[in-house]
Ligand binder design. Sequence first.
Ligand code: HEC
Ligand code: HEC
Ligand code: HEC
Ligand code: HEC
Ligand code: HEC
Length: 218
Amino acid sequence: MAQIFRRSTNTLAKLSIVGGALLAGGLLSLVMVIARSPWVNDVGVAKEQVVPFSHKHHVSGLGIDCRYCHVSVEQTAFAGIPSVKTCMTCHSQIWTEAPILEPIRESWRTDKPIEWLRIHDLPDFVYFNHSIHVKKGVGCVSCHGQVDQMPLMWKEHSLDMQWCLECHRQPEQFIRPREQVFRMDWQPPSDQLALGESLIKEYHIDKSKMTNCSICHR
Ligand code: HEC
Ligand code: HEC
Ligand code: HEC
Ligand code: HEC
Ligand code: HEC
């Protein structure tokens, strides 16, 4: 019986298997690159909100403290998002006609809360708690970046597990005196490691537990 395929077809078949495997491998790594890129995890991407609230304007311009609006950040797991009542303490007097603030006034009249898009949102299987970080001297800036320079809010860091662990493995590189937690302009001193080590003692930080799976996955 005549050979249907010539010898060389065999080589071709082998080559295309190898090629296919390489292509699949290439695609997989491409997918992984994309998964860690800003298009997917939104790092550095400012989000439009119903009202273009500016931290830059209110924090750095007007000097309002984070706690004026994020009232529960020192006591609870959640920092909290202010209700329009907080906005209206000022905006019932200033910029009362501004169209840009109409959604705030409408929410105030109708009692329907503003739906702010969430910028930071961990998956449900991760436990996070603001108050403990505040108490142990982790600055807002360390996780959220220079919020006082953001006209619209964006995510400064990926918030993925590796990122959390970078600090949980070596907190001495990042922690600061408690009273500096809300400061956006605090700079680590040249002997940060020495400062960090001494704060670890003072604040009773237990480094040996900080990488246990069960503290973040409970
Ligand atoms: C005048 C009120 C006000 C002050 C002061 C304020 N914020 Fe906010 N913050 C808001 C509002 C309103 C939002 C929701 C809209 C948005 O994301 O911009 C918000 C959102 C945020 C978010 C994103 C929340 C999310 O969806 O993940 C972070 C982080 C944040 N604020 C941090 C800070 C820090 C840090 C400070 C102090 C340096 C601060 N804020 C001061 C009102 C305020
Ligand atoms: C302590 C007073 C105060 C509070 C509280 C406050 N604002 Fe303002 N807001 C101002 C002032 C002052 C201006 C700017 C006026 C100017 O520069 O001409 C302003 C301006 C604005 C503007 C116009 C755009 C801009 O940033 O210049 C928006 C939008 C706005 N505020 C939204 C909000 C929202 C939403 C809240 C509640 C989460 C809020 N503000 C809470 C004082 C306040
Ligand atoms: C150790 C990192 C870290 C520090 C420090 C930190 N945050 Fe957050 N913040 C997060 C994470 C993670 C989320 C998302 C939480 C979630 O999805 O459950 C978040 C969410 C928020 C939100 C949205 C509402 C909420 O509670 O989920 C606000 C507002 C906020 N942070 C403000 C602040 C302020 C103000 C400070 C400084 C006192 C601060 N954060 C310090 C990591 C941090
Ligand atoms: C810049 C440093 C830093 C970053 C980033 C950070 N943490 Fe922490 N975290 C700390 C310190 C310091 C403590 C205190 C540990 C102690 O007291 O022993 C802590 C404690 C905790 C605790 C323990 C709370 C408790 O009840 O004991 C949890 C949960 C936690 N972090 C979750 C997270 C998660 C999730 C992330 C990432 C989204 C994160 N942390 C990012 C510094 C950090
Ligand atoms: C400091 C907090 C922290 C600790 C400690 C921690 N994780 Fe995570 N883990 C996270 C966060 C945050 C995410 C979510 C990442 C994301 O959004 O993609 C995560 C996600 C995961 C996932 C989902 C897959 C992935 O990579 O996104 C697995 C599985 C996981 N963790 C296992 C573990 C195990 C096992 C340990 C102990 C060796 C551990 N984690 C310790 C914070 C932590």
